[in-house]
Design a protein around this ligand. Structure first.
Ligand code: GUN
Length: 277
């Protein structure tokens, strides 16, 4: 029988721990949340981030800018926030409108306030094992595994997907935990064979229900990072849950698996930023 890894419960537990810490230590924290344009999904994410701040006891300061905002106006705002001692963390919601270079904006955020962990300095520190901010989704997956008593040390971990936000930092974190790590992508040969060797399979490909049981070793732990809306309006992941779950020892559902962890880890990074700034 397999176990469902309950990301909602674990994320709530982390947010409660953070709330208690903020209260006990009297931390005064403030997160600047910048949203450019009117992408409806981004508006929902930003709303959820602000709600989580309120729960944990972090002040959120909102900047909602029109889609016509220029790159230099956004750079100017980020620089102002960098120099504002009352702000601990800066989050610029992605994607940005096409006329704004995301890399340039990410590079402008002060590394000491980079609660998303996207700045090249944060990424570099993660790669060489130094302390710094870690991208929230992969950091959340480590928490899901640890808090579900999954042993990582020495295990074969296969990650499908090589994005800067999930796949690559995920590989670095699993390496830090002493896993043997393989990253797969669209050019990988014999993907099924590679996945079948995984003790821990982390799927972040962005294709609805692509991974069925023929990719999964009996008893593996499966983490599904994908989230998609099906024609019937229901949500699904990159993994065909009903087909795969009976072959696993533990698996994350969609929704209620990885998703809620991203915001919990953002809150964690905000608390860490208060200790840095
Ligand atoms: N867009 C989708 N995910 C994220 C995230 O984790 N952070 C930011 N800033 N934008 C996103």
């Amino acid at each position: 029988m397999y176990e469902i890894i309950d990301g909602k419960a674990i994320s709530n537990q982390i947010k409660e721990e953070l709330r208690d810490k903020v209260k006990a230590e009297g931390l005064e924290l403030s997160l600047a949340v910048v949203l450019v344009g009117d992408d409806p999904a981004s508006a929902v994410y930003v709303g959820n981030k602000k709600k989580a701040c309120e729960f944990v006891g972090i002040k959120s300061v909102s900047y909602e800018l029109p889609a016509t905002t220029t790159e230099s106006e956004l750079v100017e705002l980020v620089e102002k926030l960098n120099n504002d001692d009352s702000i601990n963390g800066i989050l610029v919601q992605l994607p940005l409108p096409k006329h704004i270079n995301e890399d340039k904006i990410i590079k402008t955020i002060a590394p000491s306030k980079d609660v998303d962990g996207f700045h090249p300095e944060s990424v570099g520190k993660l790669s060489i094992g130094q302390k710094g901010f870690v991208s929230c989704t992969p950091a959340g997956i480590i928490q899901l595994l640890k808090r579900s008593d999954v042993d990582i040390d020495g295990k074969n971990c296969v990650i499908i997907g090589r994005s800067n936000i999930v796949g690559k930092p995920m590989a670095m974190l699993m390496l830090r935990e002493n896993a043997t790590v393989t990253i797969c992508h669209s050019h990988t040969k014999d993907l099924k064979d590679v996945c079948k060797r995984a003790d821990i399979l982390i799927v972040a490909i962005g294709k609805p229900m692509m991974i069925d049981s023929s990719y999964v070793k009996e008893g593996a732990v499966v983490i599904d990072v994908g989230i998609h809306r099906k024609d019937d309006g229901k949500l699904c992941g990159d993994v065909d849950f009903d087909d795969v779950a009976p072959h696993t020892s533990k698996i994350t559902p969609v929704p209620g698996g990885v998703g809620p962890m991203t915001i919990a880890m953002l809150m964690n990074n905000c608390v860490v930023s208060g200790e840095l700034n």
